[in-house]
Structure formats: C-alpha cells, structure tokens
Design a protein around this ligand. Structure first.
Ligand SMILES: NC(=O)c1ccc[n+]([C@@H]2O[C@H](COP(=O)([O-])OP(=O)(O)OC[C@H]3O[C@@H](n4cnc5c(N)ncnc54)[C@H](O)[C@@H]3O)[C@@H](O)[C@H]2O)c1
Length: 287
C-alpha cells in the first residue's frame, strides 16, 4: 500500500480538529449516540455521554475511558426540561464551555402501518405522548440548553438526529415517530436562522436503517429486515460506526459554512421517489 503523502496528516488535522472540544451526546449509551461519542472522543474531544439508562451509560463510558479517551457520564432523561437544564449547567461548571451538542436520544415505540394498532384510528395515545415527549420535546429542550450555552460565546454546533422518516412517509414506523422526526427537521432550520448571526451552526442527520437497539435488542423480524433490503439501494442495514464520518464532519472546522442542512445517510433510500409499493400491500398486514 502507498504511504500517505506528507501533507495528508496536516490537512486532515486542520479540517477535523475537535481536540479538547466539550461535546455532549444525548442517548449515548447505545447505537448511534455511542458511535458519535466514540468518534469525537477518539479525535481528542472531552465527551459527556448522557442517557436515561444509568447501567448502560456507565458501561459505555467505562469502555471509552478504558481505551484512554476523555469520556464522562451523566444520567439524563431528555423528556424532563428541568433535568436537561440542570445537567447542561453542571457540564459547563465541571467541563467548561460546551462546543458541540448531539441531540440524539430517541425511541421507536408504537405500532406501524403493518399492524392493526398502528392504524390512524387506533394508534395508542400513550405511545403518541411518550414518543413526542422524547423525540420532539426532548430534542427541543436539548437545543434550548445548547443555545443558552453557545449564543453568548458566539460559537458552537448543534447536531440533531432526525430520520429519513422525517422527510417522507414510511409505513414501517409509527405515526408519532414520523411526526416527531418531521418536526425536528423544521426545528433545525428555524434554529439555524436564529443562531446564524451568532456563529452557532445547527444541522440534522437523517439516518436510514442502522443496526442499533431502537426496536429492542436482538434480531429484527425477517419481514422488517427484508423490507429494508428492498427499499435501500445499497441493499443492507448500516452499522453504527457508519454514522461517525458525518457526525465528526458536522462538529468540525470542515463544516464551518454548513448550517440549516439535513444530511441523509441512508444507503440511497431517499433517492427512491417512494417506498416500494409492496410495502403497502394489504396481505402483509397482520389483522
Ligand atoms: N437505528 C436506526 O435505524 C435509526 C434511523 C433513523 C433515526 N434514528 C434515530 O437515532 C437516534 C438514536 O437511536 P438508535 O437507533 O441509536 O437507538 P438505540 O436504542 O440503540 O439508542 C438510543 C439511546 O437513547 C436512550 N434514550 C431513550 N430514551 C431516552 C430519554 N428519555 N432520555 C435520554 N436517553 C434516552 C436509550 O437508553 C438508548 O441508549 C434516535 O433519535 C433514533 O430515532 C435511528
């Protein structure tokens, strides 16, 4: 293999220098949040992992610390605005000015169009409230706390984990999830306008299917796996580490002119004009 040209390392360091940034990640104990925390820490940032699940959070932070990385943990339920404010204040007290926030925590509760309970007239109101409280309100509380920290210092990057399901209908996920993800996409655009004069950038990542714990741990039902294979041009699910390049880019000087954007990372799924019509065939629905 050829050696890197002598300019390679200096160029990469200049573009992606996040050393000693203070980074906060919500929902960092698993999946995409953990992958984002890991790449930021590997590149030299001080990363505060936060999550509602204390045992998983400690395990994740310990793994990063054992690898010699600057990783800290604080329990946080993003559905509580008061907790979000308290934790952000504590992070600033203990670690200094916050540079980057990944508003990533989210759940996938609720039936989808393939199930009876996922139909419009029967979608559970409890599931609706639960998902909106975390996937929409939790993101908003997190963005507010981030803006409070960043606007006075006239610098910072806020990165929201949205979804391809916020950019189109997707029968495989539920009403509350679709609504929350569409809402956060527009929250990102509005916040980008609000904060641009202060040098704070706000962007969204819109992942397609990634192998995480979002639908619960363990293997997914075969028909779900197969549906994504058909509707993703690259023909597979992504692994969490595949989010890391985009996450690092949006947090880094390489993205200095990037704000108000929504970046799909979906194996080409959104390039299809709509989901495969087979996904809507009645005989696939459980009655
Ligand atoms: N995996 C995918 O295919 C996919 C696709 C598009 C978008 N997303 C989004 O990515 C984000 C991360 O999900 P993931 O796939 O890594 O799932 P995951 O279940 O592996 O990780 C989510 C983490 O969020 C935490 N969490 C849940 N509720 C919380 C709360 N109230 N406060 C704080 N933390 C909470 C969980 O404990 C968990 O550690 C979510 O916003 C999800 O909607 C995932």
């Amino acid at each position: 293999m050829n050696d890197f040209p002598s300019t390679f390392h200096a160029a990469v360091q200049r573009m992606f220098d996040v050393r000693d940034q203070v980074v906060v990640v919500t929902g960092a104990a698993s999946g995409l949040g953990l992958a984002m925390a890991e790449i930021m820490a590997e590149c030299g940032a001080r990363v505060v992992l936060t999550d509602v699940n204390p045992a998983a959070l400690e395990g994740a932070a310990n793994r990063l610390r054992n690898a010699g990385l600057q990783a800290f943990s604080m329990e946080l339920d993003v559905a509580s605005a008061e907790q979000v404010d308290r934790v952000f204040e504590r992070i600033e007290r203990e670690h200094g000015a916050i540079n980057t926030v990944f508003a990533n925590a989210g759940i996938g509760t609720g039936g989808n169009l393939w199930s009876k309970e996922g139909k419009l007239e029967s979608f559970s109101r409890d599931d609706w409230k639960k998902v909106i409280a975390i996937n929409l309100e939790g993101v908003f509380w997190t963005m507010q706390a981030a803006a409070r920290a960043m606007r006075p210092r006239r610098a910072g990057s806020i990165i929201v984990t949205a979804s391809t399901a916020g950019l189109r209908a997707e029968p495989i996920v539920g009403y509350a999830y679709i609504a929350a993800k569409a809402a956060v996409v527009n929250l990102v655009r509005q916040a980008a306008l609000d904060l641009a004069p202060f040098g704070v950038r706000v962007n969204a990542i819109a992942p397609g299917p990634f192998n995480t714990n979002i639908g619960g741990p363990g293997p997914r039902p075969a028909h779900v796996v197969e549906a994504f294979h058909r509707t993703v041009p690259l023909g597979r699910w992504a692994e969490p580490h595949e989010i890391q390049g985009l996450a690092l880019f949006l947090a880094s000087p390489a993205a200095s002119f990037v704000t108000g954007g929504v970046y799909a990372i979906d194996g080409g799924a959104l390039a299809l004009s709509q989901c495969d019509a087979q996904d809507l065939e009645q005989d696939q629905w459980s009655e």
